[in-house]
Design a protein around this ligand. Structure first.
Ligand code: FRU
Length: 471
């Protein structure tokens, strides 16, 4: 059960449910100026329970309107686990009534995990297809989280499904009849665990070539690892994925623990990704009162060349901030031994952007009047270090409090001056180093808003509150 806290931790611009629990984002779709977000949801308590899909819409990816429950557990086939959505252009399924329907594809989680679909003409009411499941399964224990994409190579639909130690690809002309076309990941998985919530999409590399990205969230049981999202770079031949650009180590989407099951939107021009801003290891104990779980900011993905080879870079969609440089303090003269330069600025309560630009190692401390402090550093080894061990409440979960989850690190993949952008919204810090090449999403539960930013070290500090809108 969630520990009951007094403080309201509801973020301003990150989606959280009105009440109850959410985990993975599902059915992310863009159509005619509207972003659709569905999520794994249990409405009756802020803990995981029989899964529904909750639905919200937005025109800017920041302000979300709740649209209620889209899918509820099915007596015959079970709970509604994760999945995706497409706009069925040309009504290939025949399930639209004079319009191209929106089709949701999800896992029916009952005695077995099988894939089902639901359809909608108005994008607000969703009807499970009466012939469900469309991909039956009695053989595999883990077989879930279908992500449907339009397959332009074969002129059909392709779905990627997590299947235990690998992912599978199935193809269809009508979203109803499917045939298996391939498998990937049993050999290439560098993290262990069970595959969950895959995604597959092309991006253009800096050299102009098309590179396919396969995202896979890996269920690694705490306390050994904590769930992590890795990605592979390669080619999609229409039937299966090939890792043609291997890495020495697992490529991680985020070095923090609070970005899981991230997938991208169908139908958008830009490749927009959004994740669950929370971790399985402690989510149900977080002190957020009537709701549990938030989404990350949406992020536009691109490919960049770095010291570590080709990798993903993320640019978040945030409110507009009024970023201003804070004047550095004049050093005392003569300089005392071991003098560390310090720049201090006041933070707007609960919603802000802080940027540090520095040539050398530094620590940025975001602190409040109770002495709680979230430390973000670039170490002398050029690592991003995010230390939330004293950032606020933590005793609600021994796992949240443990070293593995309290301090997270990641090697920079760029050289020279570091730019670190921190976007904070009440309980979630999203940190983008070197313009998004190293990301870290971290939830914190300060008793009072952080009110002060202190930069220890040589560098420039900028602080921004949200810009007042013109109207
Ligand atoms: C990932 C996951 C999915 C599953 C869902 C259940 O976080 O475990 O694999 O469909 O959550 O809520």
């Amino acid at each position: 059960m969630s520990t009951q806290g007094n403080r309201d931790y509801r973020p301003a611009y990150h989606y959280a449910p009105p009440a109850g629990w959410i985990n993975d984002p599902n059915g992310l779709t863009y159509e005619n100026g509207i972003w659709h977000l569905f999520a794994q949801h249990y409405p009756d308590a802020p803990v995981w329970g029989p899964m529904h899909w909750i639905h919200a819409t937005s025109t800017d990816l920041l302000n979300w309107q709740d649209q209620g429950i889209a899918l509820a557990p099915d007596e015959k086939l079970g709970a509604i686990f994760s999945g995706s959505a497409v706009i069925d252009r040309g009504n290939t399924s025949g399930l639209g009534h004079g319009v191209d329907p929106m089709i949701l594809m999800y896992t029916s989680h009952g005695k077995n995990e099988q894939q089902s679909i639901a359809y909608s003409d108005d994008r607000m009411h969703f009807t499970p297809y009466e012939g469900n499941p469309v991909i039956a399964n009695t053989a595999q224990k883990d077989f879930r989280d279908p992500k449907v994409i339009r397959n332009d190579k074969l002129g059909c639909w392709t779905v990627v499904i997590a299947a235990g130690d690998h992912v599978e690809f199935h193809a269809s002309d009508d979203l109803i009849h499917w045939r298996k076309t391939g498998e990937f990941g049993a050999k290439e998985n560098r993290l262990g665990g069970v595959f969950e919530c895959p995604d597959l999409f092309p991006l253009t590399a800096p050299d102009g070539s098309t590179v396919w990205v396969l995202i896979a969230s890996m269920a690694l049981q705490a306390p050994f690892g904590g769930h992590r999202t890795q990605y592979f770079l390669g080619a999609f031949d229409g039937e299966t994925f090939h890792e043609t650009i291997p890495a020495q180590h697992a490529r991680l989407l985020d070095s923090g623990y609070d970005n899981y099951a991230a997938v991208t939107f169908f139908g958008a021009e830009k490749r927009m990704l959004l994740g669950w801003g929370m971790a399985w290891a402690y989510a149900d104990r977080t002190p957020t009162n009537e709701f549990c779980g938030v989404m990350t900011y949406a992020r536009e993905l691109s490919l960049v060349d770095t010291d570590d080879g080709l990798q993903l870079s993320s640019a978040p969609v945030t409110p507009e901030f009024d970023l201003r440089e804070i004047e550095a303090q004049t050093p005392p003269s003569p300089l005392p031994r071991h003098y560390v330069p310090k720049t201090v600025g006041e933070l707007p309560a609960d919603l802000f952007h802080v940027r540090v630009e520095a040539d050398q190692a530094f620590t940025l401390a975001l602190s409040n009047e109770d002495g709680e402090v979230l430390n973000v550093s670039i170490s002398t080894e050029q690592k991003l270090v995010v230390d939330r061990s004293k950032a606020g409440r933590s005793g609600f979960s021994p796992i949240f409090d443990s070293g593995l989850f309290a301090v997270t690190t990641a090697q920079r993949t760029a050289r020279g001056k570091a730019t670190v952008d921190i976007y904070f919204d009440r309980m979630i810090a999203e940190i983008f180093t070197d313009h998004g090449t190293v990301c870290n999403s971290t939830v914190v539960f300060p008793e009072k808003p952080y009110s002060k930013a202190t930069l220890w070290g040589e560098g420039k500090l900028y602080i921004g509150g949200v810009k007042e809108s013109a109207d």
